[in-house]
Design a protein around this ligand. Structure first.
Ligand code: F6P
Length: 317
């Protein structure tokens, strides 16, 4: 194995993974090409050579030094063929894909349909990759959202207000549940769970009659818009509400120690795995051991135990 390439999405910890990939590969005299702007760079042959010094001083930065994109073109066969041609023409012996479901699905296509040697590193703030305990970027995202929530709580408590805080999570309530539990919130609304707004409004009114005046409710973006929930509460209870949409701040920021360590370990292990001939798998850590998951499994929908989170959140309210 003489040359590998790395392709990335953005979230905290991805730069730590790039650094580990480049430096591990270098220790085996394997050259690394960085693919610019995600799969777009694979289709357009936009590569940059990465050596040891190119990745110095990046471990503490969020995002990805390679830039990225959402590349719908890749899901058309003609562009896949173009990407595979570029892989061959540039003598790329193996590819490491650092990303979430979309990136890993594309990686699976490259491996299963075109026999490209591919290893994935699950990286998404949504933590929705099947059989993966913790994806790269999720820990930082939860901590960024929690930090914002703590600040909102200061004003919510002072003004005795109801706040609806919208966090990211298109199909998965992971961030919402973690933040609701860690932030001591009264209510959480996630895509995986049905909600009854009448029940919630009744609880708020009952709470208010007993003197509970400040509420913080977390809603995952995939469940509902925070403003819509706020409007329902105001019209049903007559209480004033405020809304905060945290948005993309959750995908950025200085990676936590956890994300840097996951990035370092998995970047290293992904190179070792390619060298050992593994392909069409992603690598992860479970109980402090490395685990390899076939990409066709990892890309299936992940279920989280929403009801156990929810019960605890409600008991502790
Ligand atoms: O998949 C990660 C994620 O941050 C989701 O939580 C969110 O719904 C989506 O990406 C936002 O995508 P974009 O940055 O393309 O708007």
């Amino acid at each position: 194995m003489k040359r590998i390439a790395v392709i990335t999405r953005d979230c905290a910890g991805v730069n730590a993974a790039i650094r580990a990939i480049v430096r591990t590969a270098d220790s085996y005299n394997i050259e690394v090409l960085g693919v610019k702007r995600g799969y777009s760079g694979l289709i357009d042959a936009d590569f940059v050579k990465l050596n040891r010094s190119d990745v110095s001083g990046i471990i503490n930065f969020g995002g990805t030094i390679l830039k990225t994109s959402r590349c719908k073109r890749f899901f058309e066969e003609s562009f896949q063929l173009q990407a595979v041609k570029n892989i061959k023409e540039n003598n790329i012996d193996g590819l490491i894909v650092v990303g979430g479901n979309g990136s890993l699905t594309a990686a699976h296509i490259l491996a299963s349909k075109y026999n490209v040697h591919v290893i994935g590193i699950p990286a998404t703030i949504d933590n929705d990759v099947k059989n993966v305990e913790l994806t790269l970027g999720a820990d930082t995202a939860v901590n960024v959202a929690l930090d914002a929530l703590d600040k909102i709580r200061d004003t919510a408590t002072s003004l005795e207000r109801i706040f609806i805080v919208e966090v990211m999570g298109r199909d998965c309530g992971y961030i919402a549940l973690q933040v609701a539990l860690a932030g001591g919130c009264e209510e959480v609304l996630v895509p995986e769970m049905e909600i009854d707004m009448d029940v919630i409004c009744k609880e708020i009114k009952e709470g208010n009659s007993k003197g509970k005046v400040s509420w913080i409710m977390i809603v995952a973006e995939g469940k509902a818009r925070a403003q819509d929930i706020a409007d329902i509460i105001t019209s049903n209870t007559g209480f004033e509400t405020r809304v905060a949409v945290l948005g993309h701040i959750q995908r950025g920021g200085r990676p936590t120690a956890t994300d840097r360590i996951i990035g370092a370990k998995l970047g290293n292990y992904a190179v070792e795995s390619l060298r050992n001939g593994l392909t069409n798998h992603c690598v992860t850590i479970k109980n402090e051991q490395f685990v390899e998951i076939p990409l066709n499994i990892a890309t299936q929908p992940k279920k989280i135990n929403v009801s156990s989170y929810y019960k605890l959140i409600k008991v502790l309210t």
